[in-house]
Write a new protein. Sequence first.
Length: 691
Amino acid sequence: MYYILSMTIFKNKDDLFKSISFIKGVGPKLSKYLKNKRIEKINDLLWHFPYSSTDRSNMTTLDKLESGKIQTVKVKVLKYNFPRIRNLPNRVICEDQFGKIDIVFFNSREGYVKAILPINKWVVISGKINFYRNRYQITNPSYITSLDKIDYVKKNIPKYSLTEGLNEKSYRKIIEKVINNLPHLDEWHDSEVLKKFGFRSWNESLLKIHNFENADKVNNIYIRRLALDEILSNLIVLSKNRKKFKKIKKKNKIFTSSLSKIILKNLSFKLTQNQEEIINEINKDLRSDKKMFRILQGDVGSGKTIVSFMTAANVIEVGCQTALMAPTAILAKQHYMLAKKIFDRTNIKIKLLTGKTETKFRKKILEELINGEIDLLVGTHALFQKKIKFKNLGYIIVDEQHKFGVKQRMSFAEKGGKNCDVLLMSATPIPRTMMLTVYGDMDVSRLTEKPKNRLPILTYSKPEKKIDELINIIKKNLSQGNQVFWVCPLIKDSQVLDYSSVNKRFDWLKKKFPKETNILHGELKQNKKDIILENFLKKKTKILVSTTVIEVGVDFPDANLIIIENANKFGLAQLHQLRGRVGRGHKQGKCILLFKDNLSNNSVQRIKILKRSSDGFFIAEEDMKMRGFGDIIGYQQSGEKFFKIADPVSHSDLFDYAENYIKKIENENLDRFDFLIKLHDKAEIIYSKND
Ligand code: ADP
Ligand code: MG
């Protein structure tokens, strides 16, 4: 191993992508702590901005100490006081010409204390001042240095959010090495862009932010510059991918829709006009000689599944196979059952493959896939294991795609080869303004019309102190043959967060409804979760206390009441998703939101929106205005954060600008942005297959 940063400067800008363990002084232990903060490469350090700063610049004499303040003093070491009793701290008495102060060390070795504070030596010490038993003291001071290093301490020092095992001093050693030695990068922006926004270079911007200059304003030019960088890197990658997809030629699928016409006759309802339009749109893609890569966005309950089956029928008609993938086994099974019903009067062969499929059935399925007997395979991500080979896969459909994250989206595009069309479906409406940012690589269909007979879900709010009233409401619902979801934000009670937990609520409800109540949350094993949901579906249990894991598109026809505790904790879009779990059958769906007593204006506003509207696209738009973008896509659940710096609400002008700009430069050579794309970790989502 060699240490790149033992030198004064990066040898090479690509060193930024090396592991942090290449920084001198970062050993395995520190690496582990940094990893907890998702810092693994040197580059990751750059995007971890300070949130505040500590002013250690004012030197104080010992007659002007103020308890509770962080102060910096210049003192002479006078005397040691090392108690012989365990657990008592070591003390060092120091003085200047105006007074005395105790420097106190817990869990310290004498040798160490003597080495950093030699008797009679003048030192600079910085830390929080306490007043204890009539004496001023500093306990475990943040800094002790010799006088010649006074400038290192006597200043405004940026404050980073640090985890256990990392203190300011050790983090500073690392971050300062990196920030003060940033490699020079060639400017990727045109000079007009820099001028228009008043931006400075990449180096200067990062340096200013890490020195916490102007950092109180999200909208200072330094942050804005890095935000525009990030937005552009995202748009460029999506645009590159889009161009690549558009070049992929495939064998066009020519069909007469004879099969899908049979399905249509089997349906108990009439398609909405919007569903018909989208089916036509997809059919056009299937018929064309370009590979389809399309996302179908539609609110919960808007009827996306049937759209996918109608178009799958056409693919099957021309002799190709279709794979339909869902994020959970229970949803896969539901799709499978529905497909069996819908394709009933055809001779289409349908199979289900999930992680639970027994080996002997699995073996048979693998055979039937490779020899082309199976036309439609429904399943979980088990569908895309390497061993699973199709004879002639022509169509991949991925339901609830947002559960799978951005990178996996690319992998779906690659699966099946060039002749395979791809349709992703998502029930998370993205505000129109963010469409290009999120789905700029795909063609987008929006299903906005709801089936006509659908009753909007009635939404009520209730203060938590009236929670007992819900018992009667539940009783009444159960007596009518209905089922109930009860959602809480936490699994276990927390000492830090004042939210309700499923464990506690389950105990409470079980006393009142001992046979009917069950519990579900994300920490349970998948097969356990599946059993619980099956039992609920079969109506063996009637009340399900759950975290948000019930969000995903399963149909429970008799569930018509959902109660959501601490409704404030959830975003509007998420509340809308959750209430979409009920009222999917013929019954009127109801949603009760529980709130703490004193509602802020903001909360009142939020409830109003939910009560007034059942339009997921509108709600997403409003949600973004109120809470920002992070929660909307739901990627956070898959552990990915869409933007590190850019914020679609406060940087909306930059988003607008970037979208127009990308359209203008799309067809130029964009190599100058290559390094930027790497800086923002987007290089790995560039579509690289050339088939
Ligand atoms: P989502 O878009 O959330 O996946 P689904 O496809 O599960 O919605 O459809 C929800 C329910 O609506 C299903 O029971 C489905 O049979 C029904 N449905 C779909 N289209 C229509 C329609 N045009 N008219 C009436 N009911 C419909
Ligand atoms: Mg669905």
